[in-house]
Design a protein around this ligand. Structure first.
Ligand SMILES: [Zn+2]
Length: 163
């Protein structure tokens, strides 16, 4: 019995009262959120989002990678979003090791190297400013007039904007 079996039970319960089958694929708030996969950060709860409201793109660190650019490009070109909210958070796991340490850890178990980097960072604000720049500079994201970056404090649940 894995934890996933338990989730199947929870899903059956969820589906019993399901009433959101007619929602449009286009996010109602025309918003895309990029954030970390961290388990302490639950974006719909922290941001007051409901089903159908926004795209939520998550990865380790909430870093704007090539694949995040891909998702944002599809989000804006094909699904009508306009605003982009970038959210990293305090005490992020990606601040606790370096790309080099990750490469070493991988080498102990694998003989091959990936074509991506871990994307670790020391400073949350600097990382977010770099991400905003990256979004503004890519030719694949058409709307960049409403891109804002935030740090979510896992200690308080509060967001603070990065300028
Ligand atoms: Zn994180």
């Amino acid at each position: 019995m894995s934890v996933i079996d338990d989730l199947l039970v929870r899903n059956a319960r969820f589906a019993e009262g399901f009433a959101a089958g007619d929602l449009a694929a286009r996010p109602a708030l025309r918003l895309a959120v990029v954030t970390c996969m961290d388990a302490r950060l639950v974006p719909p709860a922290a941001l007051g989002l409901e089903a159908g409201d926004a795209h939520i793109i998550r990865n380790a660190g909430g870093v704007v990678t090539d694949d995040v650019i891909r998702s944002l490009s599809i989000s804006q070109h094909m699904l009508g979003t306009e605003a982009i909210m970038l959210v990293r958070h305090t005490r992020c796991g990606l601040q606790t090791f370096t790309d080099e340490e990750f490469a070493e850890a991988r080498k102990r178990t694998q003989g091959v190297s990936p074509d991506w980097v871990a994307g670790t960072f020391e400073d949350l604000e600097d990382g977010l400013r770099g991400d905003v720049q990256r979004i503004r500079q890519t030719p694949f994201i058409p709307r960049t007039d409403d891109v804002r970056a935030f740090v979510y404090e896992v200690e308080t649940g509060r967001l603070r904007q990065v300028h």
